[in-house]
Structure formats: structure tokens, C-alpha cells
Design a protein around this ligand. Sequence first.
Ligand SMILES: [Zn+2]
Length: 470
Amino acid sequence: MDSPTLTKSLLAACAALSAILAAAPALAQAPKVDPALHDQALELLKKGVSFHTVIPGDQVKPYAEYLKGVLVAHGYKPDEVRIEAAAGSSILIARYPGTDPSKKPIVVIDHMDVVEAKPADWTRDPFTPVVENGYVFGRGAIDDKFDVSMVVTVLGKLRQSGWKPGRDVILALSGDEETAQQTARKFAAELQGAELVLNGDAGGGLVGEDGKPVYYGLQAAEKTYADFQITVTNPGGHSSRPGKVNAINEMGQDLARIAAYRFPVMHSDITLAGFKAAAAQTPGAVGEALRHYIANPNDQAALDVLSADPDFVGQLRTTCVATMIEGGHATNALPQKVTANVNCRIFPGTPSEQVRQALIRAMDDPTATITRAADGAIDAGASPLRPDVLAAVTKAVQARYPGLAVVPEMSAGATDSMFFRALGVPAYGVSGAFMKASDDFAHGLNERVPVDTIDGALFQWESILRDLAK
Ligand SMILES: [Zn+2]
């Protein structure tokens, strides 16, 4: 099924930030990681790719059982790792007990399922892991079995070493993130007493095409995904007898009014931080507009320039765009019914119903109906930029790449984090992967992840967990 998920495409989404390239520090050596731990993480990733965890399907449970086996082999008690059927898939919840039960737990989330892949279209079989030219190839190699494998490896290592977190660390793996997203909804309800959530399925480092790190994106917000279905119906009739109304013409006019409508400009500390990072290094008219916008977020001339740029418009306001249309039933008949899908990416904090009402006013067509489609998404606000999270992530990232900028991000939506944010639990996308935009084939053909980002990712997860799970 068509998924609302745009996980990890955020690496490529904000091309403006790649302008920070000029300020990038020299490539640093990744922190030293025990070669045995590297091999174990790579083995977990390869094994993970080999499970065909496409929904619908029945491989999520065996994959969860495999991961449970790894955790138990490293010291988890069998009853601390629960696998449960949920929403046509499975979830895994593993509890690493902390020393102070009065402290709220930290929850680490990732997803075990993957997007479908047609073997005939791939260069290599998508469900046979292949290590070649410095990459692990396979469906899920980055989205999201990379971070699943890194986190499970690190949690196993910490447990085996005898480290005791101050608070519980709960690993919660969902099983339908790429489709209906109901499994995370289920465990978010159960885990809503958490202090915060770390999501491996968002955030991450961008590497320039020259191999140098550009910046690390810490995802602290995402836009709310919403599909709206517009329907126009007419009595129809013979095409030789056109009357005043025509459903196709009417829909055309309705969609043109939506296209012309501009939602109000909004900003948050997260989007302003991203704009500031981009402004410092963007040349020309766009750079000038960025600087004017930061100085005055109501500067209309600057807003006009940035709103016309697909790299920036999504960070400025709610956007809605027609994505599908269907109508008419015969070449020689007046259309009786036309439907269109309008896809919106809603600025956090704006209820989706408010957007539906704005579309009704923009269309100004009392004969058209507009309803929210069953897209599985949920209204959720941004997470506050917690200083402890920012400090822990910055420390870990800068140990990998000294001086590298950590830039808070708002992505286009919609990851499993939305279920926690909607319940008031702050959630942060902190993937351990650093990748080039040209290597990002999440959801696409020949998905891959560079092997050389494994050590840094292991280091980063361990460092962040040790700092935040005190
Ligand atoms: Zn994902």
C-alpha cells in the first residue's frame, strides 16, 4: 500500500542545508569500536535484511524472535523481552531495568517491517543481504534495519558488560510503520509515561558527495500528514447536450483555488535553527532572503522568494497539493462524479480539521464535499528542544566528527514518533547513520547503507544512551 512515510528522505529533503558544506570540518576518524562488535552489528544487519518483513506477511514475528534471541544471549532475561501480535503484525518490547524505579523510562523505537521490493527490478535480490563496494545492499538496509541492528547490538553489549542504567531503557520495535502504523499506536499508549523517546527511524548525518560530513540532523518535529478527498457530483447526461455545470470543470476550478491559497507562515525554534544554518552558507538571492527572513519572519519579499523554493516552502507553512484525480465514466457522457486527493503537510500545532476548514473556504464551492481520508496519521505537535538531548547528541556526534553542526530538523512526516508526541511525550530522531544524499534509496531500488558508518553509529547509540539513561 501507498505509505505516508517519508522516513530518512529528510537526509535529502533539505538540500539547503548541504550549503553548510563549506563550513564542514575535516573528516575525522570514527571512534574506535571493538572489531568483534562491528562484526556482530554487521551480522545482525545482514540477517535482518534476509527476513521478508513486508506487511502483509508473516516474517516480522520470526525477525522479532531472532532479535529476542540476540538480547537474551547477551544477558536479558527471557521474560524481559516480550513479542506480541498486533494489528496484523508483531511488536517487540524489551525492558532493560534501571536502578531507580521512580525515574521515568527512556524508550528507544525503531521498526522491523520494510517497504515491498520487487526482485525483478533490483540489481541484486532485495532480501538477500549483499556486502559489496563498501555497502550493505538490501531492502531495509537503511530503513530501518540499520538502526534496529545498531541499537540491539549496543543494548546487548551494555547488558553483557554489567552496566546498569539509572532508569529503565525500553526498546520498542513496531511492525507496520510502512503501512497502517497501528502497532506503534498500540505501544505508545502503553509507554506514554516515558521521559522521552529516541527514534532511530529519523534524523541522521548528511555526508557531502566529496565524502566530508555536512551536518547532523536531530529530528525534533515532523509535519502532520493528511490526505483529503474532494468529491464533486453532477447529474450528468449526454455529452452532446452540455449544460451550465460540468463536474470536471468544477473540480478544475476548485483545485485551482486550492493551488492559489497560501496557508499562513509559521515558525518554531526548530525551523528557525534550520534556516539560520542554511542562511550562513547560501549565496545569491535565496541566501539574502534567508537572512532577511531570520531578521524578520514577517518580511514579505523574503517570504515570496522562499515560498517559491521547494527546498524551503515546506519549512515555512502548511502546504496542500493535489496528488490524484479520477472522474467521468464514458468519453461521450457528461461526468457524474469526480474525486481528487489533496495531500497536506501540516505545520505542527495546527489541527488537521482547521486545515480542512481552510480548504473549504478556499474552494468556495458549496457543492463539493471534502473529507479526511483514512491515512493513519495523527495530529502531533513538535517536541521541545531539550538541552539534555541536544547536549547528548552533540557530544556523541562531535566525538565522531569534531566541530560538526547539529541542526534541529522538522521533517515532512510521518514516523512512529507522532504517536508519542501526540500523547505529550517528546520524541527525537537520532539515527546513527551518516550517508550521502546520493546513497539514500530508502523505499526505493537497490537500498543500501555504507559499512563504514557502522562503527560511528554504535559509538553514538552507546554514548547517547549512557548520557540520557542515567
Ligand atoms: Zn522507516
